[in-house]
Design a protein around this ligand. Sequence first.
Ligand SMILES: [Zn+2]
Ligand SMILES: [Zn+2]
Length: 254
Amino acid sequence: MKANLDARIARAAELSNTYPSAASILSFYRELALFQKSVSQDVQSNAVTDVRALTRHFPALLYLMRQIGAQPIAEFGCEHLQSSAAQEELLLGYWESGPVNHLTGAEAGRFFARVLLQPYAEYLASRGDIALDRAEPTCPFCNARPVVAVLRGEGDGAKRWLLCSLCATEWQYRRVICPACAEEHKDKLPIYIASEFDYVRVDACDSCRAYIKSVDLTKNGHAVPVVDEIATVALNIWAEEHGYWKLEPNLLGM
Ligand SMILES: [Zn+2]
Ligand SMILES: [Zn+2]
């Protein structure tokens, strides 16, 4: 059910043509996904279960960021992530304190941690037995918050799934409820749809002002939710201009 890295890489290239205004962020995401594929192959072939083993990928990631990363990211890497002790501390801190409590004040640190931890967490989740019918708004495997929702057809109407921002597990969640504050009144939960992206919508909450985007696979079966979420950054800008905050930023921090 989950889209693998190859599908994400291919979708990023495809959507660059569909949405030229998002082409540069999609090309950056594609490079990250290619890098994550090499981490994923290492983690799977060596059955890595110690987060510290990921530090061996830091040199390549730091090099990549010097080539294509935004200046604050590249600089943070040069200044704070040169020693293996610092790299370990970052990964362990993020892994153990949990994505819900981000490392304070270090958005760039969070970025590096997530690029490496996502393929690791995804591998661990693929080996675990996860109860997917949980009614909570955080991941049943790693407790992180969802980065996007997915609507899939089933019976009389589409069901909503939440997709974990860290391990990519998807779990079913009620449709008419805010995942941030549990508001259930329909008139407090507006849905916004822009004509350019008729299959991606903004599910907002007027009680706590949170929003999450939903990718409707009944309207576009080719979508790869993680990538289509990034490609529709225009919706984030619109939502934030209207006073909503995103439940969880994506890998690019948006
Ligand atoms: Zn998770
Ligand atoms: Zn709410």
